[in-house]
Design a protein around this ligand. Structure first.
Ligand code: MN
Length: 232
């Protein structure tokens, strides 16, 4: 057996309601501009040709209920409330009809974003990593089994900052539905247990400042909460 040079980092995990074992996370795929009103507020045309993605490291995961420091390198740190899909089966090149059987659980997540860095990168046609994939940028509540959540669609998705509603939509408003996303991604990756899909955010994204309390909710799921601390 080979000795490690240093202790391997612990695998990030998600708790699942009613399940004793934790769900170990492998990859996080994030869908861009998947609600019409959000695409409009971002100043871009709605693209119905195909979904597009960026990724976050599994090590960007931060549990709900945490206080995180205002991140470095930004003056425009945004919340994005999202439905998160946890894949539970190995699938490759499946149809949308086959996709629901591959979904193990759903959860509330926050795709935290350094918007100024994301937009600067977009402007220069560079990757978004500095804007999207940073420490504590994937905030996850405990998940619920797929059967408990039901078919994605009628559930309301909301986000409040300091008790005030900022985002309010329904999962049915997704441009690319959950089965379409799972099917499409499976055309490019061998998806499997441990893969998460953050499905995109509704309109109403906006900046946060230290002291803000964020709470996101989706019907039938545990809410996700985050408090913004001072910059360090
Ligand atoms: Mn997002």
């Amino acid at each position: 057996m080979t000795d490690w040079l240093f202790a391997p980092p612990a695998t990030p995990t998600i708790a699942i309601d009613g399940v004793d074992e934790a769900y170990p996370v492998r990859r996080i795929f994030c869908v861009g501009r998947n609600y019409v009103a959000h695409a409009i507020e971002m100043g871009v045309a709605v693209d119905r040709e195909a979904p597009f993605y960026f990724t976050k490291s599994a090590h960007a995961i931060c549990p709900s209920g945490t206080t995180v420091a205002y991140p470095p390198g930004t003056d425009n740190y945004h919340y994005e409330m999202e439905l998160v899909v946890a894949v539970g089966a190995e699938v490759y090149q499946i149809s949308p009809e086959q996709a629901p059987a591959a979904v193990y659980a759903y959860g509330c997540g926050l795709d935290m974003t350094r918007r100024d860095l994301q937009l600067a990168a977009r402007e220069k046609q560079r990757p978004w990593d500095l804007g999207k994939d940073f420490e504590d940028s994937a905030v996850m509540a405990p998940f619920a089994l797929a059967a408990q959540f039901g078919e994605p669609g009628p559930q309301r998705i909301q986000l409040k900052v300091n008790g005030e509603v900022r985002q309010d939509a329904h999962i049915a408003d997704l441009i690319w539905s959950v089965p379409e996303l799972v099917s499409h991604l499976s055309g490019y990756y061998h998806l499997g247990p441990g893969d998460l899909i953050m499905t995109g955010t509704p309109a109403g994204v906006g900046p946060l400042v230290p002291g803000d309390k964020v709470e996101g909710s989706i019907d039938r799921l545990a809410p996700v909460a985050l408090t913004i601390g001072a910059a360090q």
